[in-house]
Design a protein around this ligand. Structure first.
Ligand code: FES
Length: 286
């Protein structure tokens, strides 16, 4: 990335004073998103990957199109541009909610960058809302200027959003680069497994968690897809789900599906067979 931008982002990451705002704000978001139904809806487990990046396309697209109409169609495109600006403002509600939910589970430098990302988005939304108001009162040119500035702020914010995903790995499955083996691999003695006590083993270089549950042995990748937490240090509930100790995501032991966010990507599951009191695993669907 250009050096100047890199310096700006480093400066944000190092600015610990931002924690005075970020900490309480993240606590508040975590309280609001505590109910499983809310967390699951906002994190995107039902979608199979993070929801926030999908939703961001809506306001960015609407506001981008509005500015394009302002520049190319002038008065002829006034009504459509106004509708797009208003639509984008409405679309911010679920977009911001899903982003805040993701952000509240980050820490330190990443959380500081996320805070600035959110503040820029907030400022861009205020400008777009003001643009809609002045457009409604017939001042199209003033509305176009406000929208243009808002779109610029949104662009800067989008850069930070890209940094959060592609540099800090927020929203990226932390098992994405594992190469699970499709060969049966001997990983443990059956006697080493106690009921509902997760055991971390190594299957050809990939950490796997074994759980003896209801008389059978289940295996999932041990690195939580959400942010890399150690599932083997988590707890198993009566419904046959394992809970990550870091942010509380829950995965069904039988197939790795997410039953509670913030994780949005299923945990890779492994086939298990027992042979001569030894536990062997291989990647499911390998
Ligand atoms: S690392 Fe966040 S829930 Fe597992």
């Amino acid at each position: 990335m250009p050096k100047q931008i890199e310096h700006v982002i480093r400066d944000i990451e190092d600015r610990s004073a931002l924690d005075a705002v970020a900490g309480p704000a993240a606590s508040l978001v975590n309280r609001v998103t505590k109910p499983t139904v809310v967390k699951n809806a906002l994190s995107g487990g039902w979608l199979g990957h993070a929801l926030h990046p999908v939703l961001t396309d809506v306001p960015i697209g609407a506001w981008g199109m509005a500015t394009l109409l302002d520049v190319t169609a002038g008065e002829r495109g006034a009504r459509a541009a106004r509708t797009l600006v208003g639509f984008g403002v409405l679309a911010v509600v679920p977009t911001a909610a899903s982003g805040a939910s993701d952000w509240a589970d980050t820490y330190g430098p990443t959380q500081r960058v996320g805070l600035v990302h959110g503040a820029l988005n907030g400022a861009a939304t205020v400008l777009q809302a003001a643009s809609w108001v002045v457009r409604v009162t017939g001042r199209r040119r003033a509305g176009a200027v406000l929208s243009g500035v808002g779109l610029g702020l949104m662009g800067a914010s989008a850069y930070l959003g890209g940094h959060l995903s592609y540099v800090n790995g927020v929203g990226v499955s932390h098992t994405a680069f594992e190469e699970p083996t499709g060969k049966w691999t001997d990983v443990a003695a059956l006697t080493a497994l106690e009921e509902n006590k997760p055991l971390r083993v190594d299957a050809g270089g990939v950490p796997v968690v074994l759980v003896r549950h209801d008389g059978t042995v289940k295996a999932l990748s041990a690195t939580c897809t959400h942010a890399g937490g150690p599932l083997d240090e988590g707890e198993v509930d009566a419904d046959g789900c394992i809970h990550c100790p870091w942010h509380g995501s829950a995965f069904r032991l039988s197939d790795g599906e997410v039953t509670r966010g913030p994780a949005s990507v299923a945990q890779p599951d492994w086939d298990v067979k027992i042979s001569q009191d030894r536990v062997l695993v291989r990647a499911a669907n390998a």
